[in-house]
Design a protein around this ligand. Structure first.
Ligand SMILES: *Cc1c(COP(=O)(O)O)cnc(C)c1O
Length: 402
């Protein structure tokens, strides 16, 4: 009998009951705007920011309308402006170059390695030729580069690092939480990320001046003293007249459903990793399939898994995807010239100039990606691995004998 998978790759777990109760309680007050609080009340957003800063090991946190809004705010707060060139990963998702372009700045792409992290040799070569000021570093699909080496390159070249931690909330490098290496870190709470408020995001930083600018940018009017995870009023005095309001605030309703989820983040990350490790174990040793080595120093959150079909023809990769899909296994391919669903390539963002990146092209052509929602059981994960293994094996064998 041919096994089939019947689960849904887009089905997240329900919002927990305590979060639903908190949301209903907020709605009963009618006070949904973050600065609409009763006497003596801190408000769900300010409390969430305080708790999020503590959970990420940061001094300050700001809750935003989306991860993209957090990145654009971070870039502005770090002084990026129109025409500035901002380094970023060639392997990432559309909100990253989009945040750069939203400021009238220009993304400059850095190559990706077979380990799916930013290529530090290419980064250092770029840093030597042009005086870049900013790197928007995407920890794409949760793969973390050697952050000590990366920071040495960027510190040496005077480059400010902004981390896109959309896929590393809860992860770490060598025991240091992801997001604690650069000047600012950005997170997303969009439905498919590690916390789910539909849309939403955060930025964290330890720098009081960046934080004060970020708070005013996000749309605080002169109500910044209502923030609990922000510097004192003397820091805001320096920036309050010269920082524009680019409204991108989070509201109490979303904060209310995030606070109970945040308390369970570590537990959820452990559940993702159980699933990741099961699929990875089931795929190990499949001929023609390359797993991504996870460095010892990396604490990852396996909310999705990637493998490479290195140097396979487009036809053979498509055949694997087609055969897996016919058995209910939804795989995404990052190699397609046309952007499809959430996958797109650095050269499909045609608003920005591109240099051909040969190393990246080879890797992108080989990346196969699968989401691992927590609604999948461990037995589901074993089944997924068996199906992928058999279909990759069948196409690989046909290629060997052709
Ligand atoms: C989701 C995501 C973001 C932020 O996206 P929003 O949808 O704006 O919250 C940023 N980077 C990556 C890699 C993402 O996947």
């Amino acid at each position: 009998m041919t096994e089939r998978f019947t689960g849904s790759f887009t089905q997240q777990e329900p919002i927990p009951d305590d979060a639903i109760d908190a949301a209903v309680a907020v709605m009963r007050t009618g006070r949904l705007h973050r600065y609409n609080v009763a006497d003596g009340e801190a408000g769900e957003v300010a409390l969430l920011e305080q708790e999020f800063a503590a959970a990420m090991g940061a001094k300050y946190a700001l809750a935003t309308a989306s991860g993209g809004a957090a990145m654009a705010t971070a870039l502005r707060a770090c002084g990026v402006g129109p025409g500035d060139q901002v380094l970023t990963n060639a392997f990432t998702l559309a909100p990253v170059p989009g945040a750069i372009a939203s400021l009238g700045a220009v993304p400059v792409y850095v190559e990706v390695t077979e380990g799916l992290v930013i290529d530090l040799d290419h980064l250092s070569a770029l840093a030597e030729t042009v005086a870049y000021k900013t790197l928007l570093l995407s920890h794409m699909r949760g793969h973390i580069a050697d952050m000590d080496a990366l920071m040495a390159i960027c510190d040496g070249a005077g480059i400010t690092v902004i981390e896109d931690c959309a896929h590393t909330m809860g992860g770490a490098w060598d025991g240091v939480m992801s997001g604690q290496h650069g000047a600012v870190a950005c997170y997303s709470t969009q439905t498919y990320k590690h916390l789910n408020s539909g849309e939403g995001g955060f930025l964290t930083t330890n720098d009081p001046d960046i934080m004060a600018r970020a708070v005013i940018l996000s749309g605080s009017y002169m109500l910044y003293d209502r923030h609990l995870a922000a510097p004192g009023p003397e820091v805001f005095e320096k920036v309050k007249y010269v920082t524009p309001n680019v409204s991108s605030r989070m509201d109490h309703l979303r904060a209310a459903i995030l606070r109970p989820q945040l308390r369970k983040l570590a537990q959820q990350c452990a559940r993702w990793n159980e699933r990741y490790d099961r699929v990875e174990a089931g795929l190990r040793g499949t001929p023609g399939l390359t797993l991504i080595d996870r460095p010892k120093k990396e604490t990852y959150v396996g909310s999705s898994i990637q493998f490479l079909l290195l140097d396979w023809s487009e036809k053979a990769v498509s055949e694997v995807l087609r055969r897996c899909a016919s058995r209910g296994v939804e795989l995404k391919w990052f190699g397609g010239a046309e952007p499809v669903g959430f996958t797109s390539r650095y050269d499909s963002w045609r608003y920005a100039p591109v240099e051909k990146l040969h190393k990246t092209d080879r890797v992108l052509k080989s990346i196969v990606d699968m989401r691992l929602p927590l609604t999948f059981s461990l037995e589901d994960c074993d089944l997924l691995a068996r199906i992928i293994r058999s279909e990759v094996g069948a196409v690989w064998q046909a290629g060997q004998t052709a």
